[in-house]
Write a protein that binds this ligand. Structure first.
Ligand code: MG
Length: 161
């Protein structure tokens, strides 16, 4: 297999007055992530993993946060655009694996819905996607509930066309 591995990382601050969107799912919580888009760190880290595997730079290069066209954009749209870009270059997704770091809320009840939503956005079967979450054990900014971060890895293969 002609495989290409990619890695992505993202972090956004938690603030009042924003919706919390993770893995394309809105999660009931008194705070949300600050950012130019809906600040979905899960989808942003996946975008960067996909772009990294295809040697296409990063999300900020493709969708600059200084560009008013992308203000308030759903990260699902960003992920779909990234998927279109890697598909155009002849790549298919073998698998994606994500770890979310969040002190609160407790995400385990939402992980399956996130996995299904990510798989739907990536147009792959859910058994190619894994989403897991852990706390930061109270350590640092994430541990104090000031931010949520996500790490993603993916494997791409050349499509046989
Ligand atoms: Mg981001």
């Amino acid at each position: 297999m002609n495989g290409r591995v990619g890695f992505g990382y993202d972090l956004h601050r938690l603030v009042e007055g924003r919706r919390l969107v993770l893995g394309g799912i809105e999660i009931p919580f008194p705070e949300g992530l600050a950012g130019h888009s809906d600040a979905d760190v899960v989808l942003h880290s996946i975008c960067d993993a996909l772009l990294g595997a295809a040697a296409l730079g990063d999300l900020g290069r493709h969708f600059p946060d200084t560009d008013p066209r992308y203000a308030g954009i759903s990260s699902a749209q960003l992920l779909e655009a990234v998927l279109a870009e890697i598909t155009r270059r002849g790549f298919e997704i073998e698998n994606v694996d994500v770890t979310i770091l969040a002190e609160a809320p407790r995400l385990s009840p939402m992980l399956e819905a996130m996995r299904d939503r990510v798989a739907e956005l990536l147009r792959v079967s859910p058994d190619r996607v894994n989403v897991k979450a852990k706390t930061n054990e109270g350590v640092g900014a994430i541990g104090r509930g000031e931010a949520i971060a996500a790490y993603a890895v993916c494997l791409l293969r050349r499509s046989e066309r």
